[in-house]
Structures are given as structure tokens and as C-alpha cells.
Design a protein around this ligand. Structure first.
Ligand code: NAD
Ligand code: IPM
Ligand code: MN
Length: 365
């Protein structure tokens, strides 16, 4: 029996609601696939601030590092928004990503036929979209120094950040993106702002250089403002997108709306070695937290990515993906993806329906 230790970081807001669902789905899937999971649940984000005074306690990072994979719900909330930077939940998340060294963040956006009507775009625009945003996750303006607050010559308050990339940081994310594109449609679009920013000029130069190692991948470049527009105009022109930390953050939220809801988008963050980090791309959704309204499917699909990319358990991953699709086929929808003629359910009930599908899709043995 294959046995794995999984760190669960439920976090804040809807995080605990969606992680509870994903945990049940993982447990049932494991029992059907002959896998054993040891779950270690640790505090993270605002809940860790309240309990331990820091957004990422040492024990949480150590447990995460010592496990086979990490599943995170979401962190953040109004309560901690005015905290000093080092005491913000978001800072804990950045520390976790940096601490695990997970520089490559894969954010797939797939428009499922069942959800075409949930998209705010016209059917013919949204239908058939299947793209992957490869976001650099441990560099760029999120981490660049110098950063901080100060005063300028007029003694006016200033806040400043640095968009900074080294050649090796660009190369390693580019390699991941070329490999991803190679396994998909062989089309890679690198998104930057090389008409203005030096960090982007270097980005474009390095990505272009590496392209010669991937003759089977068709590389194109696009400025980020145009990319934001093209994603809405004609999203099907994209297959794999590679971009920096902040552009990837923004474009992946945008891409999520092609699929109907941010509540559907999972992600996988991986590094050179060590456990991967798997999390929905959405946040803690304080506006619906505690109301059993959250869509747990982004987290359930993140659990599937954990099985596939984190543990190499392809068949278990496919079982979960198939169960999600079957749940949608059976007509169950949380509020964010509801359309007329479907059955409106809450987070818990959605989880129960997914579990039924995980079970019923089991081949008789
Ligand atoms: P958000 O993603 O939390 O919410 C944006 C909107 O989408 C809200 O209306 C919310 O109700 C809705 N939404 C999000 N997830 C949903 C789901 N699963 N089902 C149904 N609806 C869903 O973004 P925000 O409001 O900008 O941020 C709220 C907090 O979350 C902030 O503190 C922010 O820093 C944090 N945040 C955390 C993460 C993370 O943990 N990875 C990601 C983004 C934002
Ligand atoms: C995300 C979030 C985070 C980010 C925040 C909460 C730090 O928006 O995971 O997309 O900007 O990376
Ligand atoms: Mn984001």
C-alpha cells in the first residue's frame, strides 16, 4: 500500500469549508485506490495569527516541508487587513511558497461544456477554451528588493517595490513552461511588458534564447495589456501562457471567468524538489464565508492536481476529475455557477454529491 503524508492548511474564510470537502474526497479516493493518507492539519494565515501571533508558524512550515504534498484552502480577511506587512496572512502565504521553493505555479483554465452557460462570455467565445497559465511564483515584484515605505525629497510618504528577475529565475520557469507546452498543444505564449520594463526585456531575451532547445514548441510573445484583452476577445488562441508573478496573478483571475467562476480554478505549485503546494486560485471569500455557499470544486480539483503532479497518482487524480464532471452532469451547482434548470446546492452538499460520484464511478472489482 502506498502511503503519503499530506499537510492540510485550511486557512481562513471559506478555506476550512472547501478543504473539509477536499479531504473527504481524498480519503474516499485513497480507500478505492489502495492509497493511505496521513493528514496533518496545521494553522496558517489569519487563524495562525490569532492562535500563534504569526501568519506562518515554524511548525507549520516544518510540517509542510516534511510531508509529501501540501493542500491549502485560502487565507486572509478583513480582520487582518490593517496589520503590519509581516503580520498579514498574505505574507504567510508568500513565506510558504518561498519556503517550499515552489517557483512554478500551474493554473489551468478549462471551460467545461456543462458550464458554458455559466460563463459571462458568449457561448461561441467560451466554448472549448483549454489553456494553462504558468505563473512564476517566488520572484518578481512580490519579492524584489528594495521595497518598503519612506519619504521623497518633498517629504511626502512613498511606498515602493522592485520588479526584479535574474536570468536563472527566468530560465527555470521557462523550462517548465516549454515542457508543459510540449505535452499540450505545443504552443507557448510568453506574456511580458518588454516595451517598458527592463525585467521584462530580460525575460523576453531569455525565453527567446531557450526556445532553440524546444524546436517542437511554437513560441510567441505578447504584451500583458494586449494579453488581457485577447483573453476576452478570443481565448481559444491560447494554449500555454508563461508569465511573471504579478501578471500571472492577474491573468489567471481573468482566465477563471472564462470558465464560469473563480470557484472552479485549481492550481499546482512545484519546485525543483520537495513537496508541491496545491491550492485553489481564489481567496478566502469573506463575503460568503461561514454560509455554506462556497464552491468546493476548485479545491477538489486542486486535490486532483496534488495526486497527479505531487504524487504521480494519475489514476486517483483521474477518478476525482471524472467525479467532478459527473457531479456537474447530474446538475448540481453552487451559486457561483448556477444557471436555470440546474440544482442549487451549498458547499457541503456539493461535497456529498462528489463523494457519491467518486464511489459510483468505481469499476467493480
Ligand atoms: P476572493 O477570491 O476571496 O473573492 C472574490 C470573489 O469571488 C468574491 O465575491 C467571492 O465570494 C467569490 N469567490 C471566491 N471563491 C469562491 C468560491 N470558491 N465559491 C464561490 N465564490 C467564490 O478575492 P478577494 O475578495 O479579493 O480577497 C479576499 C481575501 O482573500 C483577501 O484577504 C485576499 O488577500 C485573500 N486572497 C487569498 C488567496 C489565497 O489564499 N491564495 C487568493 C486570493 C485572495
Ligand atoms: C493568489 C493570491 C495571492 C497572490 C495573495 C493572497 C498573496 O492572490 O494566490 O492568487 O497574489 O499570489
Ligand atoms: Mn490572485
Amino acid at each position: 500500500e502506498r502511503s503519503y503524508t499530506l499537510t492540510l492548511l485550511p486557512g481562513d474564510g471559506i478555506g476550512p469549508e472547501v478543504v473539509a470537502v477536499a479531504k473527504d474526497v481524498l480519503s474516499l479516493t485513497a480507500s478505492l485506490e489502495g492509497i493511505k493518507f496521513h493528514f496533518k492539519e496545521m494553522p496558517m494565515g489569519g487563524s495562525a495569527l490569532d492562535a500563534a501571533g504569526v501568519p506562518l508558524p515554524d511548525e507549520t512550515l516544518d510540517t509542510a516541508k516534511g510531508s509529501d504534498a501540501v493542500l491549502l484552502g485560502a487565507i486572509g480577511g478583513y480582520k487582518w487587513d490593517k496589520n503590519e506587512k509581516h503580520l498579514k496572512p498574505e505574507t504567510g502565504l508568500l513565506q510558504l511558497r518561498a519556503g517550499l521553493g515552489v517557483y512554478a505555479n500551474l493554473r489551468p483554465a478549462v471551460v467545461l461544456p456543462q458550464l458554458v452557460h455559466a460563463s459571462t462570455l458568449k457561448k461561441e467565445v467560451a466554448e472549448g477554451v483549454d489553456l494553462m497559465v504558468v505563473r512564476e511564483l517566488t520572484g518578481g515584484i512580490y519579492f524584489g528588493k528594495p521595497r518598503g515605505f519612506g519619504t521623497n525629497d518633498n517629504n511626502e510618504d512613498i511606498g515602493f517595490n522592485t520588479e526584479l528577475y535574474s536570468a536563472s529565475e527566468i530560465d527555470r520557469i521557462a523550462h517548465v513552461a516549454f515542457e508543459v507546452a510540449r505535452k499540450r498543444n505545443g504552443k507557448l505564449c510568453s506574456v511580458d511588458k518588454a516595451n517598458v520594463l527592463e525585467a521584462s526585456m530580460l525575460w523576453r531575451k531569455r525565453v527567446t534564447m531557450l526556445a532553440s532547445e524546444y524546436p517542437d514548441v511554437e513560441l510567441s510573445h505578447m504584451y500583458v495589456d494586449n494579453a488581457a484583452m485577447q483573453l476576452i476577445r478570443d481565448p481559444k488562441q491560447f494554449d500555454t501562457i508563461v508569465t511573471n508573478n504579478i501578471f500571472g496573478d492577474i491573468l489567471s483571475d481573468e482566465a477563471s471567468m472564462l470558465t464560469g467562476s473563480i470557484g472552479m480554478l485549481p492550481s499546482a505549485s512545484i519546485g525543483e524538489s520537495g513537496p508541491g503546494l496545491f491550492e485553489p486560485i481564489h481567496g478566502s471569500a469573506p463575503d460568503i464565508a461561514g454560509q455554506d455557499k462556497a464552491n468546493p470544486l476548485a479545491t477538489v480539483l486542486s486535490a486532483a492536481m496534488l495526486l497527479k503532479y505531487g504524487l504521480g497518482e494519475e489514476s486517483a487524480a483521474q477518478r476525482i476529475e471524472a467525479a467532478v464532471i459527473e457531479t456537474l452532469n447530474r446538475g448540481f451547482r453552487t451559486g457561483d455557477i448556477f444557471s436555470s434548470g440546474t440544482t442549487l446546492v451549498g458547499c457541503k452538499r456539493m461535497g456529498e454529491e462528489v463523494l457519491k460520484c467518486v464511489d459510483s464511478l468505481t469499476p467493480a472489482s
